[in-house]
Design a protein around this ligand. Sequence first.
Ligand SMILES: NC(=O)C1=CN([C@@H]2O[C@H](COP(=O)(O)OP(=O)(O)OC[C@H]3O[C@@H](n4cnc5c(N)ncnc54)[C@H](OP(=O)(O)O)[C@@H]3O)[C@@H](O)[C@H]2O)C=CC1
Ligand SMILES: N[C@@H](CC=O)C(=O)O
Ligand code: NA
Length: 437
Amino acid sequence: MVFKIALLGLGTVGTGTAKILLDTAGRNPLLQGIEIAKVGVRSLDKPREVQLPLELMTTDLEEIVTNPEIDIVVELLGGLEPARSLMLKAIAQGKHIVTANKAVISRYGDEIFAAAEEAGVYVMLEAAVGGGIPVIQPLKQALGVNRIHSITGIVNGTTNYILTRMQREGGEFGDILADAQRLGYAEADPTADVDGLDAADKIAILASIAFAGRINLSDVHCEGIRQVSAADIGYAEKLGFVIKLLAVAKRDPMATGDNPKSETIQLRVHPTLVSKTHPLASINDVYNGIVVEGEPIGQVIFSGPGAGSGPTASAVVSDILNIAAVLKSDREAKQLHPLLSCAHQHYCTVAPISDLVTRFYARFLSQDHPGVIGHLGTTFGKHHVSLESVVQIGFQGNLAEIVVVTHDVREGNFRQALDEIRTLEAVDSIPSILRVL
Ligand SMILES: NC(=O)C1=CN([C@@H]2O[C@H](COP(=O)(O)OP(=O)(O)OC[C@H]3O[C@@H](n4cnc5c(N)ncnc54)[C@H](OP(=O)(O)O)[C@@H]3O)[C@@H](O)[C@H]2O)C=CC1
Ligand SMILES: N[C@@H](CC=O)C(=O)O
Ligand code: NA
């Protein structure tokens, strides 16, 4: 039995996907029954790294998604439109979908999965989170019996690459970002990476699977890495930390109840000080690392290349293989395989960030007057913010530089204390505020 697939997109991931499918020796023998029947691109004149018969290439993507010959549409275009509409059209034509597009799934997953259920087709997205790391299918299948407590991950390869190189060599942000773009890690618009939006899409997808509910993307608190300076990386290092962009989805420890629909979760993306002894501290460069904690399994750590052509294509082709394997065993099945499909309905309730309880790192610039540290301590105390350490680390010009690390505090209280501290005459500014894992 031969399955005909169409690739929408032959860029970084599309090229990697085609390379695997054109070179099947030594891989799973089922791949030999998968044929690339069409490839949709924007420009037919562009030089390509992979050689495909010219008659397969087209710029008519509408024709592809309505072509009765095609069994599986592999969407690797990126962006919201036309990717979303083409996926919906393909679904309406009874075609299965494989996509790496976290931006579409995190925003329109509800619409796409509902349409797929209705049409009785699969929508697979292993490549959308963690690139080549298997994490979507393990959460649905091998870890599916666990009650998941938290997912804490480095899920954006571009920002991890930038932070790692800033830490290692103190390079310039812009130059390092250009390298990440050249290596094919960054999104077409890299602000999605740098501002944490790509990580927010990914944690929304993971949370939706882990907590069996839909997620409103606007509920994810999102901060990127633009505010992370070389100075903070240096001070963090001295304090025993590295700075990572973490994405966190966590059952709210204050919420109780057996009904999963009544539970509240935390969802956030922000640069974070991570102790050098934590497993995520050693996830460097384009690698992603995802720590899943659940009951009864305990802690499981996934790590591997989170972006790039070959690794991401590995996840794409594994999804194609999964669909082909299920269809091969029972093409006439009336029901979708419940561990490969997505049928949840309700929306998860997400706690406001002001309710988060966490440690903070903050850097202050102040006049070098006696008593400034005392004023800081008193103001924090007034708002129930307990301090782990306060250190005057040096000077910037004639301003003293003071770094504070708190114990666990309620974010709302910490922010109120900062608002009051900003009004102190001796305090010039608060250049950085970061959470500590
Ligand atoms: N790069 C990575 O490491 C990873 C990417 N992803 C996701 O994979 C998807 C693809 O990313 P990537 O391969 O990097 O993207 P690229 O920009 O490298 O490739 C996009 C491809 O889609 C084609 N294309 C885009 N828009 C249109 C359009 N309107 N009509 C016709 N063709 C179009 C382009 O055609 P042409 O070649 O003619 O310009 C190109 O072949 C994205 O959703 C991304 O988020 C997920 C994980 C990792
Ligand atoms: N731009 C993304 C690509 C993979 O999802 C990243 O850098 O992680
Ligand atoms: Na993955």
